[in-house]
Design a protein around this ligand. Structure first.
Ligand code: NAI
Ligand code: MG
Length: 332
């Protein structure tokens, strides 16, 4: 039996996490889900953003499936998502972006993975207002964090027979901070003579991704750029409803979709649960349950390609519950 922490989150989080839980259970694995919640709704109800039992559960179970958590814009509390990644040193944010058959998009055959540095950069949270009323945000880049995300990307490339890793950076402008990141990636690449390193400045990277995304296999980049590029890449394959993610640390890992809490469609049974369902497949792979992970991926593919059950974001009419039921039916 596995013990897994489930954090439903805010907005569409409870809907998609319920769906993912049922799909994982349908594989026949014996899972004890420990449900604890954090975020905006918990704060409204209890006055606490992250109750102590959330930390205790994460630390005990070490594997977490998490729905999105709302973060107020401009003021209010800092992102719980970013806090958890920093607190548990979940240094590698892995976001596979793949074309799925049966989805109507301008591109076919996209198969790339983004490795986003997940603990520092402009998301280090070092901000202050200066006496003259201007504000500054510090971009903190360390050698240690840059080396380990580069190693994660190259190791993935090696294991999966990829020929190229692309680093997206802005070292022409931020010569020290992005320069250090780039130099660390170059250094790590030396140990992988069979894998080419392609260096692309991040603004050009956006254009290349929109014009010819099939040229990319593995992308390694800094925290902010990785955040932006992953939403861009989600748009290439049919939107945020489809792209999963994992925050991997040495000890603890949190699996969550790329998307946020989608307040515009929350509570309406409209959300596409596939992104979190595919995140749960990443979780099962991480646990060594590769057959069960494969069963989930096949069931998702059959549901959208053969059965043509699609949610609104994909141009269909199916509700969250309907597509979840269809996926569960296809699990063999
Ligand atoms: P969002 O990703 O929640 O939504 C962007 C657009 O995509 C919306 O139109 C939404 O309806 C649509 N969308 C997203 N996921 C979908 C799904 N599964 N099915 C169908 N449509 C989907 O981004 P937004 O609106 O910028 O952020 C909303 C909140 O989420 C903010 O408070 C933000 O801080 C938070 N957020 C949390 C994340 C996390 O917990 N890891 C990640 C990103 C944002
Ligand atoms: Mg994001």
């Amino acid at each position: 039996m596995y013990n897994i922490t489930l954090i439903p989150g805010d907005g569409i989080g409870p809907e998609v996490s319920e769906a993912a839980k049922h799909v994982v259970d349908a594989t026949g694995l014996n899972i004890n889900w420990e449900t604890v919640n954090a975020g905006e709704k918990v704060f409204q109800d209890t006055g606490v953003l992250v109750p102590e039992k959330v930390f205790q559960s994460i630390e005990k179970n070490k594997i977490v499936l998490k729905g999105p958590i709302t973060t107020p814009i401009g003021s209010g509390f800092r992102s719980i998502n970013v806090m958890l990644r920093k607190k548990y040193d979940l240094y590698s944010n892995v976001r596979p972006v793949r074309s799925l058959p049966g989805i109507n998009t301008p591109f076919k055959g996209i198969d790339l993975v983004i490795f986003r540095e997940n603990t520092e950069g402009l998301y280090a949270g070092i901000e202050q207002e200066l006496p003259d009323g201007s504000c500054e945000a510090v971009k903190r880049v360390s050698r240690n964090a840059s080396i380990r995300i580069a190693e994660a990307a190259f190791e993935y490339a090696k294991k999966n027979n990829k020929k190229k890793v692309t680093v997206a950076h802005k070292a022409n402008i931020m010569k020290l901070a992005d320069g250090l990141f780039l130099n660390c990636v170059r250094e790590v690449s030396q140990a992988y003579p069979d894998i080419a390193l392609q260096e692309v400045i991040v603004d050009n990277m956006c254009m290349q991704l929109v014009m010819n995304p099939n040229q990319f296999e593995v992308i390694v980049t800094m925290n902010l750029y990785g955040d932006l590029l992953s939403d861009l890449c989600a748009g290439l394959v049919g939107g945020l409803g489809l792209v999963p993610g994992a925050n991997i640390g040495k000890d603890i890992s949190i699996f969550e979709a790329v998307h946020g809490s989608a307040p515009d469609i929350a509570g309406k049974n409209l959300a596409n649960p596939i992104a979190l369902i595919l995140s749960s497949a990443m979780m099962l792979n991480h646990m060594g349950e590769t057959d069960k992970a494969e069963a989930i991926i096949k069931a998702v593919t059959k549901t959208i390609y053969e059965d043509k059950v699609l949610t609104c974001d994909l141009g269909g009419k199916a509700t969250t519950n309907e597509i979840t039921k269809a996926i569960i039916k296809n699990i063999i």
